[in-house]
Every structure is written in C-alpha cells, then in structure tokens.
Design a protein around this ligand. Structure first.
Ligand SMILES: Cc1ncc(COP(=O)(O)O)c(C=O)c1O
Length: 415
C-alpha cells in the first residue's frame, strides 16, 4: 500500500481543458463578466414569489421535472411564449421551448447537436468569449464577420458565404447576437435581419440567434427576432433571464422547431434544470416583468453615462467608443500601442479587472488595443474611481493618456 496523496493525474484522459483557477474574489474595481446591478435584483418580489409558489406547488418538487415534463416548468414556458410573441414577434408554443441551465447550456446543446471537429461556423468578428472558447475547444474553424454600428456587416457575410462555397465548405451555422451585441452594443436593424435570413436560405446555412440582452434596450424598442422572420424554420433562438433578472439563477431557454429541439433535449442529460428557480421566475415575471425591466434599464443607462463621463475625463480622446444601444458593456478602443492583454495584468495588480479585447474577437490583432468594460455591476463611485486607476496604470505603461483629468502628464521615461 503506497502512502501519500492520491494522484489523479495519470487517470485524466487526453484533451481535457486546463484546470480551473481557484476563485480569489472579485477585484476592487470589477468591470468584467456579465454581472448585473445588485441594487436591481428584485429581491422582495422574488421572496414573495418563492413563498407563494412553494405553498401552492411545493409538493410537485417530489417529481423530476415537477409536473411539467423534461422541457421545463410549463408556466414559465407559457410566460415566455406570450413575451416572445409580444416583444420579438415569435409565434411559438410552450412545446417549442426548452428551459436550460443558463443560455450557456443552450450554447453547449446547440453545439453538441450540430458540430464536429473540423467544421466551420460563421460568427461576428467581435463576439462573446464563452462562445468563442467553446468553438475553439471543439476544434471548429471560425470565420469572423466584421461589424459596424449596425451590427454584422451583411456585405461581408455575403462575401464570406460565397468564398466558403467556392472552397466547397458549408458552414454549420451563422452565430449572431443581433439585439444588443456583446461586446459592441449594436442592434442589427430589421432590413439587415431580412438580408441575413435571405442569405441563410440561399446558402442553406441555419442561423443561431443569441438574444440574451434583448430586454436591455434604452428605448425599449427592438426589431423582430430573426426567428420570427424566417419562413423555413432554419433559426435556433436562445435567451436568458440572466440579464433581465439575475445571472446566478441560471435559467435560459431555447426556441427551435421540434425536429432539432428534440435532438437537443436528448442531449440534456441532467434530468432538468433547477425547478425552484423556474417556478420562482414564472411566479415573479408573469405579473412583474414589465414593471421591473424599465427600472433596470434606467439604472443601467445611468451607470453607462457615469462610465462614459469617467472615460472622457480620464482618458480624453485616447479612449474611443460608441454609445451602446443597451446592455451592460462598453467596447473601448485605445491607441494602437496599448496592448490590452498587458494592460489587463497591470490593471488587475492595481485592483481593476477589465476584459482584454483579444479574448472577445476572432481577430486578435484587431482587438489587441480594445477592451470590454461591464458597467452594470460596480457602483457609480466605483466606476469613477476604477476608471481613474485604469487611466493611471495605462499612462504609466504605455504613455497614454498624456492628459488625465485635464492635467498634462509626462509619459514614463525609462529611468
Ligand atoms: C452573448 C451571450 N450569450 C450567452 C451568455 C450566457 O449567459 P447565461 O448562461 O447566464 O444565460 C452570455 C453571458 O454573458 C452572453 O453574453
């Protein structure tokens, strides 16, 4: 019998991802991740909802899938059918919806259903890190399509599809975050959505529509979902309660024709997502969602204003950004000499966490001097303080911004 600690290493199969890092807490100034505004989690409403639904239906927790079967708590799916019809123009029934453990699980199920190593997908050049990392890990080739201030450029998409066709490659899907894009904050207008659907039909490539920020639009107006515009059923639509209510609940959903939804359901082998969260959401959202969301978006818009003001004050013209149409992120361009992967490390050491651009793009060079900042989670004061610290770190290392808060600074000299 050998003594000492058991060694798992020889048992690990090839191809596992690198081990996860231990969590060491949030940075003092945390502008990373998709965290939401803690002041706008509707805590009181959720408490009332949990009490009411448990009193009424708590005993159904004795059964896997409560009394609703494997696609998720039926009243939540019914709430979604009404909401999706009204807001996004999607005509679907509760049977077309699969509730999942956050839309991250939706990404995994769609990918597991459609992708094999060596496949090609089309994706917006700047996109969600969670999607990019999954595709990299699956050994899938990504063709990045540039965006402008109206989202994915359809002329570039058309060129890419034609080019791939010429090379005998049919991409497995076109992945898009059309309604408040992550990280750029753009909204794909209706005309572009129509063109996108046309191209998808012309080339026989389905569209994977990730709509998780669609509730967080400043003026509350959104174009119809791409899912609603397609005539041929070639769109998979996913959404989430993470951004409108709270990410820690881990409740998302997939809307898709049964032919493909049934394949995803067969791959969802966890015996259903947490029922209590689904029950509480249905109970809370059915009467309160519509009054909650405008309060949340007003608060988010105010934080965005604070962040843009702080960037203007501390970075001046050094930091370039467009005013996003909604959401929780600002996508910022710094001068070309700023390497945001390096800035990320130095800023973290000074207590400021940022998302470096290369992790959010298929084009690492293009994104090399860009960064993504989440403004939803920190307080207004933390936003102001954190951006001031970030500017100071950036100036010391890269010599920009040369002026901070209107005071001229000398770039770092090597001494
Ligand atoms: C575009 C996009 N899709 C999916 C997700 C996953 O969200 P969740 O699993 O919390 O629903 C996120 C999270 O930030 C996201 O930005």
């Amino acid at each position: 019998m050998s003594s000492g600690k058991f060694d798992f290493a020889p048992l690990l199969p090839a191809g596992l991802p690198a081990p996860a890092a231990k969590w060491t807490g949030l940075a003092k100034y945390s502008f990373v991740g998709g965290n939401n505004d803690p002041e706008h989690v509707p805590v009181e409403g959720l408490i009332e909802a949990v009490n009411a639904v448990l009193r009424r239906e708590g005993k159904t927790l004795a059964t896997y899938g409560v009394a609703s079967g494997p696609q998720g708590y039926r009243p939540l799916r019914e709430f979604l059918t009404r909401k999706l019809q009204r807001d996004a123009g999607i005509e679907c029934s509760a049977d077309d919806i699969l509730i999942v453990s956050g839309s991250l699980q939706a990404l995994d199920l769609v990918n597991a259903t459609l992708l094999a190593r060596g496949d090609t997908v089309i994706i917006e050049r700047d996109s969600y890190q969670g999607s990019l990392n999954r595709l990299t890990r699956l050994g899938v080739n990504m063709v990045g399509i540039p965006l402008d201030d109206n989202g994915m450029r359809i002329d570039a998409l058309s060129g890419a599809l034609a080019d791939l066709k010429q090379r005998g490659i049919t991409p497995k899907y076109i992945y898009t975050i059309p309604t408040v894009q992550n990280p750029t904050g753009t909204i794909l207008p209706e005309t572009r959505r129509k063109e996108l659907v046309k191209l998808s039909q012309q080339y026989g490539v389905p569209i994977f529509e990730d709509d998780c920020y669609a509730d967080l639009i400043w003026d509350g107006r959104r174009p119809p979902a791409i899912y609603a515009m397609s005539q041929n059923g070639g769109v998979i639509h996913i959404g989430s309660f993470s951004k409108s209510i709270a990410p820690a609940l881990r409740v998302g959903f997939i809307v898709a024709p049964w032919e493909i939804l049934s394949r995803m359901l067969a791959l969802k082998t966890d015996a259903g997502s947490g029922a209590l969260e689904q029950m509480v959401l249905a109970e809370y959202c059915t009467p309160h969602f519509d009054e909650h969301v405008p309060k949340l978006t007003r608060a988010l818009r105010a934080k965005l204003d604070t962040m843009m003001e702080a960037l203007n004050e501390h970075f001046g013209t050094t930091a370039e950004f467009d005013d996003p149409k909604g959401g929780i992120f600002l996508w910022v361009k710094l001068p070309d000499n700023v390497d945001t992967l390096r800035l990320y490390q130095l800023a973290l050491a000074a207590g400021v966490a940022i998302n470096p651009g290369p992790e959010w793009s298929t084009d690492k060079r293009y994104a090399g001097s860009r960064l993504r900042l989440c403004f939803a989670s920190p307080s207004h004061d933390k936003i102001r303080e954190g951006i001031a610290v970030l500017a100071e770190v950036c100036r010391k290392e890269f010599g920009v911004p040369a002026r901070i808060a209107n005071v001229e600074k000398r770039a770092r000299t090597s001494s």
